[in-house]
Design a protein around this ligand. Structure first.
Ligand code: S3P
Length: 179
């Protein structure tokens, strides 16, 4: 099976905590590769015609997780050549590794918070993420999830104090070495 430019690429699945830079790095990476980009939160928002925050408010977190599982099934069945950025809790879906090479964007909690606060749209970034509204709980969630992220990851990228360009180049190199 061939694409126009080359062989079919195995999907890349970007996982990591809220605010670590999955979307930003995905946007940079596709500029330098043949991947198409998809984001699981965007897919859910278009499926439901509703923002993630509003889904949490109206239906609760468990309903949102059901939607994530639906998206995961669709990705596994139907998507190739794609760089998939995921919501911070998406890693919990069944068979994540069957969707593609799992790349963890890793950084300490404090650095992630700093990154969010230094962003020109910091307020918006915090507002749209219901699970970041209570920092103590968010830190607990980070501590609980990080070992699980590490266990699932085929590749780990420490993104702390690196530009999106540096991270995307590192990802492309490591994915190539991993295949
Ligand atoms: C969540 C992360 C969010 C979004 C939802 C739940 C989580 O995505 O999917 O608010 O459970 O960590 P980002 O990681 O893009 O913020």
């Amino acid at each position: 099976m061939q694409t126009i430019k080359g062989l079919f690429l195995k999907n890349i699945v970007l996982i990591g905590f809220m605010g670590v830079g999955k979307g930003t790095i995905a946007r940079e990476l596709i500029k330098h590769s043949e991947y198409i980009a998809l984001d699981t939160d965007d897919l859910i928002e278009s499926m439901e015609n509703c923002k993630v925050k509003a889904i949490f408010e109206a239906e609760g977190e468990e309903y949102f997780r059901v939607l994530e599982r639906k998206v995961a099934e669709w990705l596994q069945e139907s998507v190739k050549n794609t760089l998939i950025s995921t919501g911070g809790g998406f890693y919990k879906v069944k068979n994540l590794k069957k969707i593609g090479t799992v790349v963890l964007l890793d950084s300490p909690f404090e650095s992630i918070l700093r990154r969010i606060h230094e962003h020109p749209n910091a307020k918006k970034k915090l507002k749209k993420r219901p699970l970041l509204s209570d920092l103590k709980k968010a830190k607990m969630l980070y501590n609980e999830r990080r070992p699980q992220y590490l266990e699932l990851a085929d590749i780990v990228i420490d993104v702390t104090d690196k530009s999106a360009l540096e991270c995307s180049q590192e990802i492309l190199k490591k994915v190539k070495d991993n295949d």
